[in-house]
Design a protein around this ligand. Structure first.
Ligand code: CMX
Length: 436
């Protein structure tokens, strides 16, 4: 057993009594109440999910295992010659909450390499898809195609509930290890005439992804930063929640993560990174060569709002400030591409959009989220096919959601099944002033 897996088992055994105590001794303690507005309005802010892998504070932003983004980057072992930690080190940290040593990180790298064998039928399935399939549909299909090899599913009847986490961990690790090659394959198949670049043994995930994409340094660091930043945002967002929900039926990691990817592909969630670039391209086309200014950006933002559309990359269901994932990427841009025209335009939008959204008065959060900044970096390094951007988000998101469903099985979290009501019931409770 690897050090990661044995440490994970120790952590699981330590954690189980805490959940057992809460459910046995404190089952009826009330921690929340639900309003009609929350029931109709997408269950916003109802405290009904548990995870210890990340926590999202509306003001502070994300903490992974208790560490904010700068603390996470500072604490984890860096890639050789890189500025960012390896994805392998981060995976160890997400699963266990411990900072791995270099030796432990190297062991994850070796373990991933032994797992990173994408079955040939996945490439056949991808090649058979219509050429104009969206890259997210391709990624989700590739993940689902691998379900037939799920260890969790094949051993389900012979596995005791207490050990479900083990086969889930095996599937989750296999998936994480294979996703970069699948994503790079989709990219090269779709946009580079099928000129596929084979993986290179010995490289960490970020470096190998950059290699398979055919993009030179420092894209290896971009990939590491990008996958880590997009990994987890607690459990209520659509991709995490969809993955968790499907896994709660004891569906395996392939079924569950494919479902999560389908949610990530929506324009209000992960597809927003594509939408941001689409908005910028449309805006630049309208400018017809003129300089972007605060005035013409403001006008374009109002045009978008007045046409009934959202401003992509702005707003958030939980955050009430600039997303620290936006800030982390902005810092990268300030260091590596300070004079890039697209970066400058994104900064101009940042100056203007919060004011426009505040003046419009609808959104609870006028500040940018992760998607407002992420495409600029990809574009700068030559990845201009922006309908691919959500795939990058998906590869990163796998780390968080697959770590979560492994822990879901370890802690025996049950089938998720909220209760629905009818409109007439709500009307009756509204008239009585509550459900009495
Ligand atoms: N532009 C225009 N209107 C916006 C807006 C934006 N960026 N953000 C929110 N609003 C509107 C909502 O559409 C809603 O309008 P209605 O009352 O007409 O339905 C109103 O403001 C209130 O919404 P909210 O409570 O502030 O935000 P929600 O929790 O409902 O939605 C989100 C959150 C992210 C879907 C929304 O802010 C949005 O659509 N943003 C643009 C898309 C985007 O960037 N998504 C990516 C989020 C990060 C990620 O998951 O990747």
């Amino acid at each position: 057993m690897t050090r990661l897996k044995s440490l994970l088992l120790e952590k699981i055994q330590e954690h189980r009594p805490r959940i057992q105590k809460l459910t046995k001794e404190f089952a009826d303690v009330v921690i929340d109440q639900v309003t009609i507005s929350q029931t109709i309005g997408g269950a916003r802010d109802i405290h009904s999910l548990v995870t210890d892998i990340s926590y999202l504070d509306p003001q502070e932003g994300i903490r992974f295992r208790g560490k904010n983004i700068p603390e996470t980057f500072a604490a984890l072992p860096k890639a050789a010659g890189g500025e960012y930690p390896t994805v392998e080190a981060f995976w160890f940290f997400l699963l266990t909450g411990d900072i791995p040593t270099q030796a432990e990180t190297d062991e994850v790298l070796a373990d991933f390499q032994s797992r990173a064998k994408v079955p040939p039928y996945v490439f056949e399935v991808l090649r058979a898809m219509p050429k104009d399939s969206h890259p997210m549909a391709m990624l989700s299909t590739a993940v689902l195609a691998m379900q037939k090899d799920s260890i969790f599913a094949s051993k389900y009847h012979e596995t005791k509930k207490n050990d479900y986490w083990d086969t889930m961990y095996e599937d989750a690790s296999n998936l994480v290890a294979r996703l970069p090659e699948i994503a790079a394959f989709i990219y090269r198949l779709k946009y580079k005439n099928g000129d596929i670049i084979a993986p290179k043994p010995g490289l960490d995930m970020g470096a190998n992804f950059a290699h398979m994409m055919g993009i030179a340094k420092p894209y290896d660091d971009v990939a590491r930063m990008y996958f880590i930043l997009h990994s987890d945002h607690e459990s209520g967002n659509v991709s995490a929640h969809a993955t968790h929900l499907v896994a709660s039926a004891l569906s395996d990691a392939f079924y569950s993560f494919s479902a999560g990817l389908n949610g990530l592909a929506g324009p209000l969630h992960g597809l927003a990174n594509q939408e941001v670039l689409d908005w910028i391209m449309g805006f630049q086309k309208k400018l017809n060569g003129a300089e972007p200014t605060e005035e013409n950006v403001k006008q374009a933002l109002w045009d978008t709002l007045n046409s009934g559309h959202v401003i992509p990359g702005y707003g958030h269901a939980v955050l009430r400030r600039t997303d620290p994932r936006y800030t982390a990427q902005m810092e990268f841009c300030l260091k590596h591409l300070p004079n890039d025209p697209l970066f400058k335009l994104v900064n101009t939008i940042y100056k203007v959009a919060p004011g426009v959204l505040t003046e419009q008065g609808k959104t609870k959060n006028p500040w940018p989220n992760v998607d407002a900044q992420s495409g600029v970096i990809q574009w700068y390094y030559g990845l201009k096919e922006y309908d691919f951007y959500t795939v990058l988000f998906g590869v990163g998101r796998a780390l968080g959601v697959l770590a979560n469903i492994t822990w879901d099985r370890a802690l025996g979290y049950p089938l998720e099944r909220p209760k629905s009501v009818t409109t007439a019931m709500l009307e009756e409770w509204a008239a009585k002033g509550g459900r009495k």
